[in-house]
Design a protein around this ligand. Sequence first.
Ligand code: NOJ
Length: 759
Amino acid sequence: MKLPFPGVWLAIFCFIPGFVISAPPFPPKTVPVLIKKSPLDAKVETLLKKMTLEEKIGQMCQFHPWRGADEKFKSQTAEGKIGSFLNVFGAKETNAFQKAAMNSRLKIPLLFGLDVIHGYKTIFPIPVAEDCTWNPDLIERSTAVAAKEAAAAGVRWTFAPMVDVSREPRWGRISEGSGEDPALGAILQPARVRGFQGKNLSDPGSIAACAKHYVGYGAAEAGREYNTTDMSEMTLRSIHLPPFKACVEAGVRTLMSAFNDLNGIPTSGNVHTIREILKGEYAFKGFVVSDWASVEQLVDHGYAADKKEAAQKGVIAGVDMDMVSNVYGDNIPALLKEKKLSMGQIDDAVRRILRVKFELGLFDKPYAEEEKESAATLTPENLATALEEAEQSIVLLKNEKNLLPLSREIKTIAVIGNLADSKRDPQGSWNCRGEESIDKVVTVLDGIKARVSKETKVLYNPGVGTSSSATDLVINEAVKTAKQAQMAIVVAGETQDMSGEAASRTTLDLPGRQEEMIKAIKASGVPVVLLLMNGRPLTIPWEAENIPAIVETWYLGTQHGTAVANVLFGDTNPSGKLVVTFPRSLGQVPIYYGQMHTGRPVDEAKPNEKWHSRYIDSPNSPQFPFGFGLSFTSYSYSNLRLSSRTLNSKGQIKVTADVKNTGAMDGFEIVQLYIQDIAASITQPVRKLVDFKRVTLRAGESQMVEFNLPASKLGFYNGIGKYVIEPGKFNVWVGKDSSDETLKDSFDLINAPAALLKK
Ligand code: NOJ
């Protein structure tokens, strides 16, 4: 019998009562790939030799400055007992703590971490929106702005990007990731790593990135936050790991272990995922920080009998730094004495942490420059990047009879819904230092007022909000306002705190009485444009059927209102495409384009026939598919060509298609390349995204779009986690979204090696 995952067996064996292994050695596959010797290693080793045990453990402990405890923390820092803080920010504040570190025996600088997720003070669109740009260069630029603003405030480490793939819209954190697709995540997330970390980590504007939450967190059962996850090794490798692997390849310096239990082993105590895959197979040289007390929570998971055993399991698994709980500080000395941990394991963790501190240049330049801090934030350039990204993040979902764009000469326009007048909501759930830049936020109402002609009257009514207790009177008032106008712009959706961490929902409907209000306004005869403002896919079947124009605006950050108005009035042609499927109803969840086949697919010719994999009360198809997004112009796709009908396992083919802007407005089109492995030794998804191109097309212009498709992209992870490429027939599509069947062809992969091919 094959024992596929030695770490799992080792972990089980180590903790069978009566079988306590003293100072467990790493199993052969899990020996940390130790860092080739370099001048930096020499510095790390020299310092490590000088450190006492207490100082070493100190580097493995991160704290949050609980209110009133600053002085206690400063004196512990001066004693060398603390290596990092989170949530200390501002040049003056970080410098005050750093001064304590500089008073310590070895002057090892503190590393300050903060959740700089989509901006520091200049707030960019929430990540799921940013990713609807399908524009890695722009994402890299905006992330670099966030890094510069944070670094000027002494924060040289962010807990971002969140790279969790999720197909679970009930889960509030779907707002923080790249959506449902591993391949897209593996392209877009490394752009964030490059943006944060810059060309050189020691540049004063660079900060260390942290790919999180390692791993599988986005698969929380029932979409309930922090809930357990259970998946095959194949699903782990093919869906959840690819963006992490891509970030490691892009040089990410840190990873965060997650809160979730994964196949019975919580991820913050998981030898297989951290030691074997991350530090072994991927040769990751940076360090792993736990999520907030997630090592201590091994006890709550029922995976450790007490905090001491939790600390032991955290260290053995390879969690190098503990966030806030101090289980390492409290327990490592005794665990070493009892030979339940070895000094080699501690040194491995400390080396990794010191290395990142050296790479950041903190030993040479521990302090932030207080006089430069405010000049670095909210600059006109930063705001211009935020506007560019906000515009590209908007997804036009419906535009019947070209209702949009609107004329700015419109006589009276009604703006309905209190989200339109909110400065807090457009900043999303992780607004970082956004409260200090709240005045800079342009609301939808501000944006519209600034864009219409001087003669236009803009009426506003807050409507029902998201509360279910709004009265009929409130709805009637909203209708009254709408009726006075030629057009009603209804802003509906979720408040910013309804998505993000700890914000799971059991329905995806518009909260409260918003839909009733929209129906009443529509019934009054006024044409309605619906602007959605939300952090997850919503179910809006009635609106999709009955409202002529629908725009997904997400939370777009500081420049929200300007970007929205630029689209509404046609200054900007929308180009965003969805990175997550919008279901028709919650009953369809999980629903994603890359689903597996079934043995009984729906017969297209007889879609209502029984005995097929379908619902009796709904089509299988989503409301809006992955990759979907309209424009004010139209595009035609034609002439799909393959450079060859066959390729071998080392070869590649060129896939080309002509894309034409057939409308009257210039635009950007996101052209997508999908494949399907028709028959394989393990069944494969009905489609997989492999590449995309973002092309600029002037009105009437046609362009040939070319993709290189190498055989290395045609493989999959098999049941024991190996990447294999098998010979056989493949379908290929070039199209505007994941459901586009217009351009389809096929080719054969021949001579694939019999041996497993490792990527
Ligand atoms: C818990 C969250 O899960 C994580 O994403 C975040 O970085 C930490 N808290 C620190 O704030």
